[in-house]
Design a protein around this ligand. Sequence first.
Ligand SMILES: [Zn+2]
Length: 210
Amino acid sequence: MDIIQRLSNLFSDFPTVGPRTASRFVFYLMRQPKERIEEITNAILELKNKIKFCSFCLNPHQGDNLLCPICTSYNRNKNLLCIIEKEQDLISIEKTGKYNGLYFILNLSGSLTRNQEINTLKLEGLKQRIINPEKFNIKDAKFVEIIIATNPTPEGINASVLVERILKEILRLYSGQGFKVTHLARGIPVGGELEYADEETLESAFEGRK
Ligand SMILES: [Zn+2]
């Protein structure tokens, strides 16, 4: 395949990048000095080689630890678990300072039906972490509240239905598990995402969760 076309196709797979932007990237790169290209490719390689996903919450972090800094911290409340869609949501919630429990990042694939198998595996991962956090290197956790903090978008609503189903199943099958399930209070506009909500809105969504 044509070299330009090949790289354009690769960029088109990036989130929010369409074919037009993709080819703009390619023409931009074409004009960069060789050192700059090496800097970019090395940074990408380092990302792959040095970033690890937390064994419990799947938060990406740098270093050799199995757990991310949130999961390792003694200051976090290990009775609370907040289920979110993606890494950016974690960053937004952390910024509010209103939550000090643990997280689980779902990262479900956008097209839930096309990637049903992968998503089923991810949800199974969530279930195992709730039932047996120790297996994922979290000690002394006993969840008393599980907060579903997915976005009020079509994908987020789908995800929340799937998560609720899993949580109900856990409550039904494992009598040792007694947690309540809460949702963020409304305030995040329908169709909006936590990532873009202002801090105040997100704070009150957390405080008013039920
Ligand atoms: Zn973690």
